[in-house]
Design a protein around this ligand. Structure first.
Ligand SMILES: Nc1ncnc2c1ncn2[C@@H]1O[C@H](COP(=O)(O)OP(=O)(O)OP(=O)(O)O)[C@@H](O)[C@H]1O
Ligand SMILES: [Mg+2]
Length: 271
């Protein structure tokens, strides 16, 4: 790969020692580089260690062996240059849409150096970006699931992190909303822009079609212990849209990846 390496996972291992239970090797011998501006998607059966890998990139967990680094510096904890988004919205129910998007800028390092007017412009532009203008005064319980994930996305992007770490952010949504948000996500990520100007994304999903639609590369994990089984290039041209899904190459890649995880995915449903 000729591009600059942004994230590096080198021989990562993660073992969980739980009192009174057998220890779990969640991740073993995991080595992977993610390039600046790359959209990397991790797929694999339930329990194969995807969230554990993401948590180590976020600095929420530390590896028990190997090193995780960002721009050549070892990751030892969370940092403002990495933004995390989870499946369950994690919005503050007592804040409006505006308050949720503004939160990190008011209370976190992302807002350092922004005066009130600049902060307001930043919040405004990110609410517009995710298509929620007009809803800024609503509270999370007044929004649909898709709208809540738009708020979570606006909040993440408003902090302008260089790296986006996303753990099944669309999994709780219905199929139609999900397809729409996949395209929105690529637009917001900046799929029209050169990779130097894009954010680097690590995105986890169970859905293979979602992985192929979004990714520059798909990392396929295998379970017990969680290892990297294959890394598949997705050379589908960008910008991608509905027509992309109809391409034979899209379907061939989806089938290839399904073939890599099918047996284990079946087993994961009966264990
Ligand atoms: N804090 C923890 N303590 C003990 N075991 C853990 C902990 N976190 C994860 N594990 C174990 O590590 C393994 C990998 O878990 P992880 O959550 O990373 O999987 P996953 O691929 O994200 O699964 P899913 O697709 O269901 O979200 C599992 O066996 C899990 O039980
Ligand atoms: Mg998980």
């Amino acid at each position: 790969m000729s591009e600059a390496i942004k994230l590096r996972l080198e021989n990562i291992g993660k073992r969980f020692d739980v009192a009174g239970a057998a220890r779990t090797i969640a991740v073993q011998d995991f080595t992977l580089d993610v390039a600046q501006g790359e959209f990397l998607v991790i797929v694999g059966p339930s329990g194969c260690g995807k969230t554990t890998v993401l948590n180590m990139l976020a600095g929420l967990e530390l590896p028990t062996s190997g090193t995780v680094s960002l721009n050549g510096r070892r990751i030892t904890g969370p940092g403002p240059e990495r933004g995390v988004m989870f499946q369950d919205y994690a919005l503050f129910p007592w804040h409006t849409v505006w308050g949720n998007v503004e939160f990190g800028l008011r209370h976190g390092p992302a807002g350092d150096g922004l005066d009130a007017a600049a902060r307001e412009r930043r919040v405004r532009s990110h609410i517009d970006l995710v298509g929620l203008s007009g809803s800024e005064g609503k509270y999370p319980h007044q929004l649909s699931g898709g709208m809540r994930q738009r708020v979570a996305l606006a909040r993440l992007m408003a902090n302008e992190p260089a790296v986006l770490l996303m753990d099944e952010p669309l999994a709780a949504l219905d199929a139609q909303t999900r397809i729409i948000l996949q395209e929105e996500l690529l637009r917001i990520w900046g799929q029209d822009r050169p990779s130097a100007e894009r954010r680097t994304v690590v995105f986890i999903t169970h859905a293979i079609d979602e992985a192929v639609f979004l990714a520059d590369r798909v990392a396929v994990m295998t379970t017990h212990p969680g290892r990297l089984k294959a890394v598949i290039d997705v050379p589908l041209p960008r910008p991608r849209d509905d027509a992309t899904r109809a391409q034979s190459q899209f379907q061939a890649l989806s089938q290839h990846i399904w073939g890599l995880i099918r047996d284990e995915a079946y087993r994961a449903t009966v264990t």
